[in-house]
Write a protein that binds this ligand. Sequence first.
Ligand code: TYM
Length: 371
Amino acid sequence: MSVDEFTVTPWSVEGDVDYEKLIQKFGTEKISPELQKKIEKITGELHPMLKLEYFFSHRDLDKVLTEYEKGNKFYLYTGRGPSGLIHMGHLLPWIFTKYLQDKFDVNLIFQITDDEKFLYSDEKSFDDISKYTKENILDIIAVGFDPKKTKILIDTKDIKKIYPISLEIAKRITYSTVKAAFGFQNSTNIGMIGFPPIQAAPCFLPSVLEGKPTPVLIPAAIDQDPYWRVTRDIAEKMGYPKPAQIHSKFLPGLGMKGKMSSSIPETAIFTTDSEEIIDKKISNSFTGGQPTVELQRKLGANFNICPVFWYLRYFFESEKESDERARKCKGGELLCGECKCDLKDATKPFIREFKKKREKAKDQVEKFLFE
Ligand code: TYM
């Protein structure tokens, strides 16, 4: 663990993340009230994920919006490393990406880094990863992206589309740069060390496809930022606009600390989970509650450290409802069992509907792939 008591890399998030400190550490910018207003002016409303500061940080979002107002459209770019099934944490940035696609009426490139996950995992074979690629694509389509404006780029299948750009990038980035940005060590396999240009390449693909410099906006949780830092440093030298980002926080897992992650499946809700499993996982969730009902009534509970609270706030509740829940929790009016029930009641119908969309997605896959 670092001196900050938390670490955030594209492959792991540990400890209690202090997002203000992370902004300083990564050198990103907080989404200011002025920038929120600028977004609101264009979209006609402020999306709850912005209002609640779930999306809280950015790089050059203001510039992308200014260009958009002048009539220069950007591309959206986001992605998935298919190391397992999709959980609710993954869905949050994708739901927001779909919202941006609809509101700004823009194209989206969705990268699947099957190569990255094969290289990263010690246990998973390439067949395992390919199975997850197929499964994850159903989830991506189920989010509701526009098939006419979205292309899913599978690294090992579509490498031809990005290899020339990634070579240009690779030539301009040194080992010491990636070592510092990603924390690579002597024991890191050389596939991982050579991988960053592959995730960087889709930042410039829109310029290649459009035949002119085309801005790109990347919505993702902040763990992916190291990729964009190294890409931004070389973008202009290569004649491309620096890729812009909008960063989210993490949906916590249902355990005591840390983000929702497929590597701790008992604390993650997957889109494929049965209702019994969802009930069980939420019943077993950590909360900010007191050891007994009496103490909770007397002292109140701590919603700040409670994943059930944050999950409800970011996924399902309005600011007003959530603030009211916080007030009642703090004052001892609410018991943890009640919040868990509310979370079950919100999650189960959501997953039920999502599963139907996932089924329908099976007939749509071809429409989303590059030929
Ligand atoms: P991956 O598969 O780890 O994560 C996919 C997306 O989900 C976000 N994420 C979360 N967001 C909120 N709460 C959580 N608990 C949570 N866990 C994961 C990630 O930030 C990401 O946006 N290398 C990438 C794949 C990739 C990519 C990209 C991601 C390729 N190109 C461009 C974002 C943008 C990866 O393995 O993501």
